[in-house]
Design a protein. Structure first.
Length: 403
């Protein structure tokens, strides 16, 4: 892959936030130039083997999930965490059937589980991690909650990198690119604590019966504005470095995944920044993880070559996303009166001048023993399925079998 070098890197305490980098060529030929880095495909493949891709899914069109699953490179492991309906029609069973069929002909390693499986709730309970359980000891609704379950499964497989991709993507090959972009990011990373976030080149919409290649959405534009304002008010220098505040498509090293806290539902992605600003930003006095602080935490923001076309979920969904994002900003340690007043102004229409509620924050998952966690699931969790990676028999093995 040929990828632009970041033009600038914002240093904010222990954080290194790299400016946007464009994908110049998905497949390249080893020719570098001063502005771009060439990453050979074998290096990318090496990362893919150590990466698990988590797909959170809730009642999406099955054809979309099917396309996404088929586009993910073979070398990575796929982990589907579903919160789809189980009655009157068992949508999860349909999803599992699609997974089984794809495994049948590809032999790719795929794990899947249902978010509401009582044994999943029990495994969290046994691990002492009750922060995402409801009163019935089931895992709550929420994308973030599903992602946490996915991360622990990835850890149980010893994966070093964990990526996420949504299930509602209309362009399967764009998903293939996203995964390769993640790997390229990790090939460039110098710190074991790093994160890759994707920025869409375009997010096409239908306007007057024509496709319009829109660049920015309302939620991401607003979230980015306020995340940048948090940095600017602290450093005294205006910045626009953050462009991936709401990046659902992102990946992180397991080492970083282990120390982060996570916000509930859809506010999980902007909260990554908030967590990092509050704990590793400028002039933070106490570092929770000094190793991470001294290694530095790197954030890559890669602009995809493919446009992003996904299911449109309506105005209410967009308002909720915005509210979730801005609440995490409003309640963060770095926020001052000025930023808070600006956030309230922004939310005026949606909130009718109430203050936004604090979002639920779930602490780090580093203390959960993933092997014990999976042992609880194996054999008891009705929805848990593990499809193992097939191995191609060698010529000799086949001969031995035949004789
Ligand atoms: P947007 O693309 O950010 O506007 O949000 P989506 O509604 O498309 O959600 C992103 C992904 O999360 C999709 O694949 C959803 O199906 C999935 N998702 C949404 N809610 C949940 C949930 O409660 N649990 C799980 N496991 N996945 C969810
Ligand atoms: Co979507």
């Amino acid at each position: 892959m040929l990828i632009e070098m970041p033009r600038h890197t914002e240093i904010f305490g222990s954080l290194k936030i790299h400016e946007m980098q464009r994908v110049l060529k998905i497949d390249s030929g080893g020719f570098e130039n001063p502005r771009a880095k060439d990453i050979p495909f074998d290096k990318i493949k090496d990362v893919l083997r150590r990466l698990a891709l988590v797909i959170p899914v809730k009642d999406e069109n099955i054809n979309l999930l099917d396309g996404v699953l088929r586009a993910i490179p073979f070398d990575c492991t796929i982990i589907v965490v579903s919160n789809s309906k189980r009655e009157p029609q068992d949508i999860y069973k349909m999803e599992k059937d699609v997974v089984a069929r794809i495994h049948d002909y590809s032999q790719q390693e795929i794990l899947c589980i249902h978010q509401k499986d009582p044994q999943l709730g029990f495994a969290f309970y046994e691990a002492g991690y009750e922060y995402l359980l409801d009163n019935d000891k089931l895992v709550r609704d929420g994308k973030s909650e599903g992602m946490i379950a996915g991360m622990i499964l990835a850890k149980s497989l010893g994966k070093e990198f964990i990526g996420f991709t949504d299930a509602d993507n209309y362009i399967p090959s764009s998903v293939r690119e996203y995964v390769i972009d993640y790997a390229a990011g990790f090939c460039m990373a110098e710190s074991p604590y790093s994160m890759v976030r994707l920025h869409w080149r375009y997010k096409p919409k239908v306007v007057d019966d024509k496709l319009y290649f829109k660049k920015w959405g309302r939620v991401s534009e607003t979230t980015n504005k306020y995340l940048n304002l948090l940095i600017s008010t602290r450093t005294g220098f205006e910045t626009g470095v953050v462009i991936t505040g709401n990046a659902g498509e992102h990946a992180l090293t397991t080492k970083l995944a282990d120390i982060m806290s996570y916000s509930t539902g859809y506010s999980v992605e902007p909260y990554h920044f908030i967590y990092l600003f509050d704990n590793y930003g400028l002039e933070v006095e106490e570092m929770a993880h000094p190793d991470a602080a001294s290694a530095g935490i790197e954030i890559f923001q890669i602009e995809t070559l493919n446009p992003h076309i996904h299911e449109e979920k309506g105005e209410e969904h967009v308002d909720n996303m915005l509210l979730g994002s801005l609440s995490t900003i409003y309640h963060c340690k770095l926020c001052n009166d000025y930023v808070r007043s600006k956030v309230l102004e922004e939310l005026g229409d949606i909130m009718k001048l109430e203050t936004p509620k604090k979002t639920v924050i779930m602490p780090s998952i580093g203390g959960i023993d993933p092997h014990r966690f999976v042992k609880i699931l194996e054999g008891t969790a009705e929805s848990f399925a593990r499809f193992e990676q097939g191995t191609i028999e060698s010529e000799e093995e086949r001969e031995v079998e035949e004789t």
